[in-house]
Design a protein around this ligand. Structure first.
Ligand SMILES: Cc1ncc(C[n+]2csc(CCOP(=O)(O)OP(=O)(O)O)c2C)c(N)n1
Ligand SMILES: [Mg+2]
Length: 732
């Protein structure tokens, strides 16, 4: 979807030093006034019920035009928030494109009618799709800046490659590029803001944080969000930053501040923090009325600082434009804005038939049978001796580690980060220590083999891990990150659901963030207790856009992880901790290209009487139960291991149920609202005529996993409880 960079932007509008020319000052005014007029027109359209939402950038125009003119669209990278209309206009988004989003048109280039107005996105301009969630974008900017630096250090990673996501993910970068991210002062209360400052500071990243401080977060004044009322004072001790606190209603001051900030970033000195004090002359949005919580005196004081009026006064004072000339310019812009709105109102609306487009990649289908390869017999992993490890059966932990080694060798765009995943952050120690390589040792040896810029420890902050992964992935890299325990995935939930999984759909396919998140999960640990035994996969299969994988044995883990890494969708890859080193399910190393397509269940035990649909650590328990049921009760159970939960293999389930007419769905997670509820409901719905008995479910008790093994055993499904369910169902 090609957008033209605005021809309206005056070349050379922002000299590095020296006076701004009259022409440049007029251009700045033009952009600011245009932004205000687009807001005013949208407000009118909302009142006429021709659009459905409005949030304005009024009062922030000087700050945003200053930022835009100091940076380069299509060269630098932009992670704005909903107020950033003037920024986006000055970067080159047209008023018509803005109105197309407001009416929800098919031709809305930012989202195809999926997002509210003011949710910016433009690939040609490098404006990365933004959500309504305050502050998530700042972590994307950090990951984006890291990706840019990675590409300049690893030009070999830019190359396209056939056979995986790289065929569709082109890379652009510049050695001195900068990422700009903007947010309101209220949003600095979010943890993600501090997490982003942490990493940007620590890694000296070229990110400009622009705080647009209008004194309010909807109705909440700044002193409630920010201790002492000034965010600049709180962040002042972060190392490597360039700081500027400025009058955000004076366009020239703003422009100069961003030029200095960009120079600091481009020179490789670290990030910058520009804190602009601006105003909010309109209420928060059209759904808000600030007269309900602000005094008249306060609102009048704000009006006196309106940046548009200030800039207009300057043009008059300095004799750059006369009153008549200003009127003529404004009338001209009004006509352009009105015409753009009229055109947008005539635009075609999105077809209902297209709703499901771009939930997942349209370029690469990870369920394709062509992905499947056979294990290579007698394969020996690069760097290992055949006698030591070559053909002996290896654990799931070993074969996941082997896959990571092989894929990192195969694809220079892969980076691995997370808590404790490196061998040793202090590289000097590597000569004498064995290395940590993850609390479960799944990433052991990766840093030693591939270097500290490809495998590194992140700070202890899960949103930071996933948010950065989103930023990296939007640049065409392949982050394969680790969340140390499923029990601690929750701080990242916001990033997973609202960002990672949604990036492609909400931008109508313009952007995507196909990262892989590896997550140790599950119980049966004896002593794992509440916070090291959780399951909860259905919370993620309930998120469109996210692939969810859950292998039960070493070979599947190896082949499915490869598909996860090579595919073009974000993947949550669950690894059951109890299965990491079990004797069950070991396998020989299958070679560096062994892959299993998603959505293909495996029949781990054929049978004629009952179908048992399961996955993960229940697979070996179901096998024990089925053997016992056969031995002691003569019941022949067929066990399907789903292997991937989204997508899942409905055909395999239906084929088996049609054969046996009796089915149990079993999982380790809690019974109620669990993954099995959906499968059971679909079987009851679509296979009713094939059933001889009700669909049965087995799951954990509706509680968390207790520490005392006696309690853990009772809480989680056991072979004995599965045998009991098999007997009951047979007798039905
Ligand atoms: C994570 C999240 N929480 C709450 C909201 C609802 N909300 C939208 S804007 C806003 C206030 C933001 O204030 P500030 O950061 O100061 O930006 P401003 O609107 O003043 O420019 C809130 C609470 C949201 N969009 N996202
Ligand atoms: Mg605010």
């Amino acid at each position: 979807m090609g957008l033209a960079v605005s021809t309206a932007r005056v070349p050379g509008a922002a000299p590095d030093s020296g006076q701004l020319t009259p022409q440049q000052l007029i251009e700045i005014y033009r952009l600011m006034f245009l932004s205000r007029r687009v807001d005013d027109r949208e407000i009118l359209l909302k009142r006429q019920q021709k659009i459905y939402f409005q949030v304005s950038g009024a009062g922030h125009e000087a700050l945003q035009v200053g930022a835009a003119l100091a940076l380069r669209p299509g060269y630098d990278w932009f992670f704005p928030y909903y107020r950033d209309r003037a920024l986006c206009l000055a970067l080159g988004v047209t008023p018509e494109e803005m109105f197309l989003q407001a009416v929800g048109a098919a031709t809305d280039p930012a989202s195809g009618g999926r997002q509210m107005p003011a949710h910016w996105s433009s690939r040609p301009l490098h404006i990365v799709s933004t959500s309504s969630s305050t502050t998530t974008q700042v972590l994307h900017a950090v990951g984006c800046a890291e990706a840019g630096r990675y590409f300049s250090h690893h030009p070999e990673a830019v190359a396209k490659a056939e056979g995986d996501y790289r065929a569709f993910r082109d890379v652009e970068f510049h050695d001195d590029e900068v990422a700009l991210t903007c947010l309101g002062e209220g949003s600095t209360s979010q943890g993600e803001f501090w997490e982003a400052l942490n990493t940007a500071s620590n890694r000296k990243l070229p990110v400009i944080f622009c705080i647009e401080d209008n004194g309010y977060a909807i109705s909440v004044p700044v002193e409630v969000n920010t201790p002492g009322g000034n965010i600049s004072k709180l962040v002042a001790n972060f190392p490597n930053f360039h700081f500027a606190e400025i009058d955000g209603t004076d366009a020239e001051i703003c422009l100069r501040a961003f030029q200095a900030a960009a120079a600091h970033c481009r020179a490789g000195n670290g990030p910058a923090f520009v804190h602009g004090h601006c105003v909010r002359p309109y209420s928060h949005s059209l759904s808000d009325d600030d007269k309900l919580y602000r005094s008249a005196a306060e609102r009048e004081a704000d009006a006196m600082r309106d940046p548009i009026a200030k800039m207009q006064m300057r043009l008059l004072r300095e004799g750059i434009l006369s009153v008549d000339e200003i009127n003529a310019l404004e009338q001209q812009l009004d006509r352009e804005v009105a015409a753009a709105a009229e055109r947008a109102l005539e635009a075609p609306l999105p077809p209902v038939s297209g709703i499901s487009r771009h939930v997942y990649s349209e370029d690469l289908n990870p369920t394709s049978a062509s992905i499947a390869t056979e294990p290579t017999k007698g394969a020996v992993q690069a760097g290992k001796s055949a006698s030591a490890k070559g053909n002996a059966p290896r654990t799931m932990a070993d074969l996941i580690n082997a896959c990571l080694h092989d894929e990192m060798r195969h694809d220079p765009r892969i980076i691995v980060f997370g808590e404790d995943v490196a061998d040793a952050s202090r590289e000097g120690a590597l000569a004498e220590v064995k290395g940590k390589g993850g609390v479960f040792k799944l990433t052991a040896g990766l840093q030693a083999a591939f270097g500290s810029d490809r495998v590194f420890n992140s700070p202890l902050a899960e949103a930071n891990i996933v948010g950065q992964a989103v930023g990296y992935a939007t640049r065409g890299m392949k982050p394969v990150v680790e969340i140390q325990f499923f029990d601690y995935i929750w701080p990242a939930m916001h990033q997973i659901r609202n960002e990672l999984a949604l990036m492609r759909w909400r931008s109508n396919g313009e952007w995507a963030s196909p990262a892989v998140i590896r997550v140790p999960i599950g119980g049966y640990l004896t002593g794992g207790a509440i916070y090291h035994s959780q399951s909860g996969e259905s919370l993620f299969t309930h998120t469109p856009g996210l692939r969810v994988v859950f292998p039960s044995n070493a070979l599947d883990a190896n082949g499915l992880l490869r598909t996860a890494i090579r595919c073009d969708d974000p993947v949550l890859f669950f690894e059951h901790k109890r299965l990491y080193r079990e004797a069950y399910g070991r396998a020989s190393y299958p070679g560096p290209d062994f892959a299993i397509p998603f959505g293909k269940a495996s029949i781990v035990r054929p049978g004629a009487d009952i179908t048992l649909v399961t996955y993960g650590a229940v697979v070996p328990r179901a096998l024990q139960a089925a053997d016992k049921a056969q031995r002691e009760h003569g019941i022949d159970v067929e066990i399907l291991d789903l292997r991937t939960l989204n997508p899942y293999d409905w055909e395999a389930i239906a084929t088996s149920v049609r054969k046996t007419s009796r089915v149990i769905v079993a999982h380790e997670d809690m019974l109620s609202w669990g993954y099995g509820a959906e499968i059971a409901a679909r079987i009851a719905d679509e296979l009713f005529d094939d059933l001889d008995a009700p669909v049965r479910r087995i799951g954990a008790m509706d509680t968390f996993v207790a520490y005392q093994p006696l309690l853990e055993d009772a809480i989680l499904p056991q072979p004995a409880s599965i045998v009991k369910a098999i007997q009951d169902l047979r007798a039905y």
